[in-house]
Design a protein. Structure first.
Length: 269
């Protein structure tokens, strides 16, 4: 009998202990007013999504915002986006469209701000990469002459540089008597030799450079017809010995009168 009382007492004591602990646990689990306010201000209560992760200036981007129903003053802003306007789409969703602004290539942040139904602040962010699809710069072609002047017969070195995929290059000029084809090295460098025309006149001439059939440059070239050069005179062909004739008498030939050869005996009467 004594033993049973003891067990009952133990059971009663355990029940009382558990009953005392239960109210304490329940009080700790209940959210406080301040904790509830903090939850609505958390970034996780709103989200921001863009239809594309990257784009070029002028491209359209669709914006989707998720936030608690009843949220107000929702705004999406970014240096990379122009005129973002949101409209309710139901079920705590807002949507809008915007165009990528004309900004330098790079990564830009996109931010969402707003007010939750309980007055807390809403925030969310996203990233947008702007990359302008600018065409590669046109290959810069150049023309270089070894000299900017010449006389008939002079040889002038010509060098043209173009893109590696150009199929042909040449120059034309009246100073060179027309077209001068150039030889390429397969890497965009073309070389050749132009000869100043024999019948060229003194003056200035244009040298026109072509690459792939299109003219890209013109330089000025001056000429001096015969200046300082050898005169264009045909040489005189010497007479053969049999064609020589002995002049008779002194007819102002510039030669001495005929007489006896040196060492020959004199004639006597």
């Amino acid at each position: 009998m004594r033993k049973a009382v003891t067990l009952a007492a133990i059971a009663l004591t355990s029940t009382l202990a558990l009953g005392a602990a239960a109210p304490v646990f329940a009080a700790d689990a209940s959210p406080s007013p301040s904790a509830s306010h903090g939850a609505s201000s958390s970034d996780s209560s709103a989200s921001l999504q863009l239809s594309v992760a990257s784009g070029k200036p002028g491209a359209e981007v669709k914006v989707t915002v998720k936030a608690p129903k009843g949220s107000t003053a929702l705004s999406v802003s970014s240096k990379a986006l122009e005129d973002v306007r949101l409209s309710p789409a139901g079920d705590g969703t807002w949507t809008g469209t915007a165009k990528i602004a004309k900004v330098a290539d790079g990564n830009y942040g996109v931010s969402l701000t707003g007010t939750a139904p309980d007055g807390g602040k809403l925030q969310a962010t996203a990233q947008l990469t702007v990359k302008a699809e600018t065409p590669p710069p046109a290959p810069v072609s150049s023309l270089k002459l070894s000299a900017d002047h010449g006389r008939p017969g002079d040889k002038i070195g010509v060098t043209v540089k173009t893109a590696a995929d150009v199929k042909n290059a040449y120059v034309t000029s009246d100073a060179f008597g027309g077209r001068v084809d150039l030889k390429g090295d397969g890497h965009g460098t073309w070389t050749g030799t132009a000869v100043v025309a024999k019948d060229v006149k003194t003056g200035y001439y244009g040298v026109h450079a072509f690459a792939g059939g299109k003219e890209f440059d013109t330089v000025k070239f001056s000429t001096e017809a015969g200046g300082g050069g050898k005169p264009d005179v045909k040489p005189v062909t010497p007479l053969k010995p049999s064609e020589h004739k002995t002049p008779k008498g002194s007819v102002n030939t510039g030669q001495a009168p005929a007489g006896p050869l040196p060492g020959a005996p004199a004639d006597h009467a």
